[in-house]
Design a protein around this ligand. Sequence first.
Ligand code: CA
Length: 234
Amino acid sequence: MDTGQKKIILIIEDEKKISGIVRAYLEEEQYSVIVAATGKEALGLLGEPFDLVILDLMLPDIQGEEICRLVRESSDVPIIMLTAKSSEEDRIAGLGIGADDYVVKPFSPRELVARVKARLRRSSRPEKTLMSFNKGALKINVSNYEAFINEDPVILTQTEFKILLSLAENPGRVFSRDQILNIVQGYNFEGYDRTIDAHVKNLRHKIESDSKSPAYIKTVYGIGYKFTGVPDED
Ligand code: CA
């Protein structure tokens, strides 16, 4: 895995039970974890060089949204919000003020850890902007939202690109429609997981040579989708 130093993750969460569980899962994955149980405590730590922040929105003293704003004034550290709020407006507001991702309670610690890993992978390798699959048949330029099929550019909407990128970054991993919806909601929120099917259908039309027998995005019946392209060696 990554060489050298452990990544440091700040958990801002007043519920000890939750921060304890999340800490245990993250430490199991070799991350260093620091917990702040109040907003004040968190603000006192903001000068420290964290690699990622997990932020609960419902804190006893300072609102999570306010903390998010304050962090964003001086840092682009990835922020994953934790919250019991689950209405569409809250989700959009959370992403609108600079959170990178959003997990609704009750959540699975495993799922949260997977998202932490995905965020850290993304932020630690900014130089790798071109992904290539199936011997160059599919290329994805992460930096400018371009995709190429057999070197020909494919015009994707932001939502389609976001879905493609999220799946392609995790080949073989099964994503539920809800998870995909969560990933794309900051771009084009429509609120129903079935709309994901429509996006995937459009995406397939653009990137698959045979939509009925897709090479890249396979349906996992009853669950969602997974990416089945084969990453090319660097
Ligand atoms: Ca709380």
